[in-house]
Design a binder for this molecule. Structure first.
Ligand code: SAH
Length: 342
């Protein structure tokens, strides 16, 4: 059966027409799902019993079951959700001074194979549907009774490898009658699928694009991220420049600092050369060492020197605060667990 949360408002209007219902019913359903946050069709009391029954026959509400919930010392919460087909995904809720931010997964597993990431080496199962992405936000809001103000696509999976569903999910998240979260408060992070960066630039969505850069030349980047063999640094940077000129939006470059690998001043110099003249921001992430991983965290001293060099040379750079590391909820620590393991 189809998941009612897979549809944008416009698509749901068409669905209603197919069911020979008035299209404004879609707006009523949207209100129940995204504003009232009900979990059953029975609660949609301004719809006739007949329509509620029709909805039950045709759609699911896709309410996730929480398999596990962990809380870190800093208040970060990690959820393991049952996505109702025997698979499980992870979602992380973080509290910042400006509100709540959620880190959502876009796929069950990941194909990209980045050498420093905990999602690597786990079989790719499938992409999530739009509704399965959106449900992560609803389920966490319902469980914690909070309103989430920021969404980052930085959980498990490569969002641009699940392009259509991710873009549709963003439309639902962003819509004033949907979750009503401003596009500027939604970030997509990509390992660099160049053709889809060009495509995204044409979508007219004002979301933030983050690029997982991590290295400035092909030799180093390919050793960390196999995707670089397909889309090398110069092609990636060209796509980013196109994105900036078409959207007028600043790009955020993620740079995970690994000791004796990409964290010395030569690397910082190359980074300045590479990004010169682009409207951008560099997010430095102290790399989180994964089990059997060959990359380990840079020293605090090197991290600060790296940041200062960038800032002194006209590139705005900040060090990302690490949240949730004690429950394996920090960057790159998420890994898909399946039901059997739990
Ligand atoms: N596939 C997407 C989004 C998921 S990862 C992407 O690659 O951007 C979210 C961010 O965490 C990316 O910048 C990723 O490179 C980074 N990351 C992955 N593993 C990490 C680790 N062990 N330490 C620090 N950052 C990591």
């Amino acid at each position: 059966m189809k998941n009612i949360k897979d549809y944008t408002l416009e698509e749901l209007k068409e669905e209603m027409e197919d069911l020979e219902e008035k299209s404004f019913r879609a707006e009523q359903i949207f209100k129940w799902v995204y504003e009232e946050k009900v979990k059953t069709f029975d609660e949609m009391t301004n719809l006739s019993l007949e329509l509620r029954n029709k909805l039950k026959e045709n759609y699911t509400m896709c309410n996730y079951k929480i398999l596990q919930k962990q809380e870190a010392k800093d208040g970060t919460k990690k959820y393991l959700f049952d996505v109702l087909d025997g698979n499980a995904i992870e979602t992380v809720l973080m509290k910042y001074h400006y509100g709540y931010s959620i880190c959502v997964s876009s796929q069950i597993g990941c194909k990209m194979g980045c050498k420093f990431c905990a999602s690597t080496g786990i079989n790719f199962v499938r992409s999530l549907t739009s509704g399965e992405i959106v449900e992560q936000i609803l389920a966490v809001e319902q469980d914690e009774n909070v309103r989430i103000s920021n969404v980052v696509f930085m959980g498990i999976g490569e969002p641009l490898d699940n392009y259509d569903n991710v873009v549709n999910a963003i439309r639902i998240i962003n819509h004033p009658k949907g979750l009503n979260i401003g596009a500027r408060h939604i970030s997509i992070s990509t390992s660099g699928l160049v053709p889809n960066i060009y495509k995204l630039a044409e979508e007219n969505i004002q979301c933030t694009l983050s690029i997982s850069l991590h290295a400035t030349n092909n030799e180093k980047r390919s050793a960390m991220m196999p995707v670089n063999n397909r889309y090398p640094v110069e092609e990636l940077v060209k796509a980013c420049k196109d994105y900036i000129s078409k959207t007028n939006r600043r790009i955020s470059f993620e740079y995970a600092l690994a000791k004796d690998n990409n964290d010395n001043l030569e690397d910082a110099k190359e980074l300045v050369r590479l990004l010169k003249g682009m409207i951008c921001h560099v997010n430095l992430i102290p790399i989180n060492k994964i089990e059997n991983g060959k990359f380990s965290k840079s020293t605090n001293e090197n991290i600060m020197k790296f940041r200062d060099y960038l800032n002194d040379h006209g590139i705005v750079a900040t060090i990302r605060r690490e949240l949730g590391s004690d429950i394996d909820a920090a960057c790159g620590q998420l890994r898909r667990k399946n039901l059997k393991e739990n």
